[in-house]
Design a protein. Sequence first.
Length: 364
Amino acid sequence: MTATVQRCTPSAVPRFLHSVVSVSALRQAVRIAIACAVAFAAYKLLGLKQGYWAVFTVLIVMQGSIGGTLGAALDRLLGTLVGASLGAVGAWAHDGGIIATGGALVIVASIGGYVAVLRPQLKVAPVTASIMMLTMPANSPIATFVIDRVAEIMLGGLIGVAAMALILPARSGALFTDRAADVLDTMDALVGDMANAIRSGTTLALGTTLVALRPALVGVEQALKDADREHAARLWRHAIPPAVPRTLWRMRSDVVLVARALNPSFSDPVRASLGEPAAALLLRLRDEIIACAVALRAKRRVERVDVAGARQVFSTALTEFRVSPAGNALDLDTAGHVFGLSFALDELSRDLRDLADRIDEING
């Protein structure tokens, strides 16, 4: 198997169209449309004076999965409770004059901002407090106004969660699987580029791609948190081991170590002895990465790849190189890169085996 370079070919057109006409995006649009209609009808039937807060809440809390929506709805409700309390205190503390209202608004907003920094899930608190102070009708009972706003936001949150759970349900476990498989696709491309670089002796430039792995892995962790939230709320049960994101992070570190070992590119004597065995081992590891991604998407056990044979060939070549005249002539820096490559490949192989075991746990 050899690494391939993406080109603008006819086969790329369907992938482009898929990114434009996304099935998941269309499903989300349907959920949001229905949820907004339900929220609008509910607040009209219930006669809520500012029921549009329910519709706004639906739009704010609906995320890409049930767990994400549940978390956003809880954060929205908690932030609203804190913000409404601050707004009520601020409204009670001033006499309605412009200067007094402005001063109370500044104090309430600053307190809300301070709380939001300490607890990011309360980030809507200062917004809610400010809106309440600015929209509260004159001579309106403060307690009634606060209770109505909390009820409207709770209504919107319940409708949003129900829409995600009942209308074309989007499970966080499926989102986790997709994101983890996408991370493996990126690693697959990186390892293929590394194999080509060590064979050709070209300089490896992977900085942008390696950096992109970090937010992708954060997305994997968030999807697992959302799946755990669904599990705790008994909306859906999953069997995803918490070690999977940690293993993916270790694999990213392994790939970084390989990239560093290959920069700068090895000299001709090193490549003559180690280039082909190292490239062959990288490609076998790439095959195993692909097998893990396929197993995740197909919900099946991983088809194991024989990495041990390629690893033994590389180890033998390295041992012979160490005692050769070319190996003895290496300077300290180059020797560090050579043995650093061996160490990184060992770590990547070990972490890949661990990941494959974890995927087998998920898929039984």
